[in-house]
Design a protein around this ligand. Structure first.
Ligand SMILES: Nc1ncnc2c1ncn2[C@@H]1O[C@H](COP(=O)(O)OP(=O)(O)OP(=O)(O)O)[C@@H](O)[C@H]1O
Ligand SMILES: [Mg+2]
Length: 370
């Protein structure tokens, strides 16, 4: 049917398949050794591919992208895709490859490699309830909207609020011991809330187990080699957790959140001291709940006082990255799992969050991709 010159080769098919990514691992299926066999006959191409696990929730996506890429080659009349499942050995080899290619910062086996573009930013405050989680999700959403690859690690293992605030629920895929984050709005997310039998269940264990859970999150979660920003939502009272993070991800930055009150900035100062002790660089201060302004025509009301963020930033000699107003929509968005930055991009609070995200990426740039 086709002349010799137009007959398709195995190499051409393989080349086309390099553009097919595993949707969870964010790497080419060719690179991941997931293409087992290619059979070509008379314009018909049969691709045998191996899934990592049999229950792979995204198998249809993989099949469709294989078909689309191969069918686009000249001289291809039909494409069949046959899916198999990797053996335990093949899976281990794959995980080893992912670890090798994205080997640890210095810590015990993190998937975030020294050459990976990932910048880790831990969002901290001395005091609870100042808006760390709110800031984390809105900055993540802002960075994702700017086209960055973003992850959120909910390090508040007792009082996690990220699943609710981002509206992400479910169980992460486990590939042997590798955990694949859930994803929504282009944000990859991992939280203790995904691992408990019931999200409302209280987490009762302490101390060593806390350390273990966090090192598991840092060591076993496959964020993807292309991840640019990993935002970590810290629990209040940052002691143990910052220490664990600093030990396992030594190149991380700290972003301090405070309200304008003097007392709140005093506690934030303690968090900054902790950052210094564990060698984390404070990248800036965000003042949250800075003022309330019912409409643009009204004068701002400084409900929680004024100037705490600026004062703290001055003292620490770091930039004040933004002053986020009080806005009922922020709270509602948090409760509904839809960050204000996504639902009301023109609200003054969203504009402020985006400005912070822009400054962040200028201060902590990701290296240009090859
Ligand atoms: N600028 C704001 N305007 C209105 N509501 C806000 C604002 N910032 C945060 N909130 C609301 O305040 C509450 C506390 O915020 P959040 O949970 O983000 O604080 P946190 O510092 O993470 O708390 P915790 O210390 O308990 O982890 C939430 O209900 C949130 O929606
Ligand atoms: Mg929180």
């Amino acid at each position: 049917m086709f002349g010799r010159g137009s007959s398709i080769t195995r190499e051409q098919v393989l080349e086309a398949l390099k553009d097919v990514q595993d949707p969870e691992l964010h790497r080419s299926i060719v690179e991941l050794d997931m293409v087992k066999d290619i059979v070509i006959g008379d314009g018909r191409v049969k691709v045998d591919a191996l899934l990592t696990i049999s229950g792979c929730p995204l198998r249809e996506t993989i099949v469709e992208s294989i078909k689309a890429k191969v069918a686009a080659l000249p001289g291809v009349s039909a494409v069949d895709v046959n899916l198999g499942v990797m053996s335990q050995e093949q899976r281990q080899a794959l995980i080893g490859k992912l670890r090798g290619g994205e080997s640890a910062f210095k810590g015990p086996g993190s998937f975030l490699g020294p050459d990976s573009p990932t910048r880790v930013i831990a969002v901290a405050s001395g005091k609870g309830g100042v808006g760390k989680s709110t800031v984390t999700v809105n900055l993540a959403a802002a960075l994702a909207r700017m086209g960055h690859k973003v992850g959120v690690l909910d390090a508040d293992v007792y009082g996690f609020s990220i699943p609710k605030m981002l509206g992400v629920h479910g169980r992460p895929t486990l590939i042997d011991q590798m955990i694949i984050p859930l994803e929504r709005d282009g944000i990859r997310v991992i939280s203790m809330g995904f691992l408990l039998p019931d999200e409302d269940q209280a987490v009762i264990w302490r101390g060593p187990l806390l350390h273990k859970t966090l090192t598991t999150f840092i060591g076993e979660v496959h964020w993807g080699a292309d991840l640019e920003y990993l935002l970590i939502d810290l629990p209040p009272g940052t002691g143990d957790v910052s220490l664990t993070i600093a030990q396992t991800l030594p190149q991380s930055y700290m972003l301090l959140v405070t309200t304008p009150q003097d007392a709140a900035s005093q506690v934030a100062r303690r968090a900054a001291k902790m950052a210094e002790k564990v060698n984390m660089e404070v990248v800036g201060v965000i003042e949250n709940m800075s003022f309330f302004q019912p409409t643009a025509a009204d004068a701002p009301v400084y409900i929680f006082g004024r100037g705490g963020g600026a004062k703290l930033a001055r003292e620490l000699a770091v930039p004040l990255l933004g002053e986020i107003p009080l806005d009922q929509t922020i709270r509602e968005g948090g409760d509904a799992g839809r960050p204000i930055v996504l639902t009301h991009p023109d609200a003054p609070a969203s504009v402020a969050f985006r400005a912070v995200a822009e400054q962040l990426r200028n201060t902590v740039p990701v290296p240009a991709r090859a």
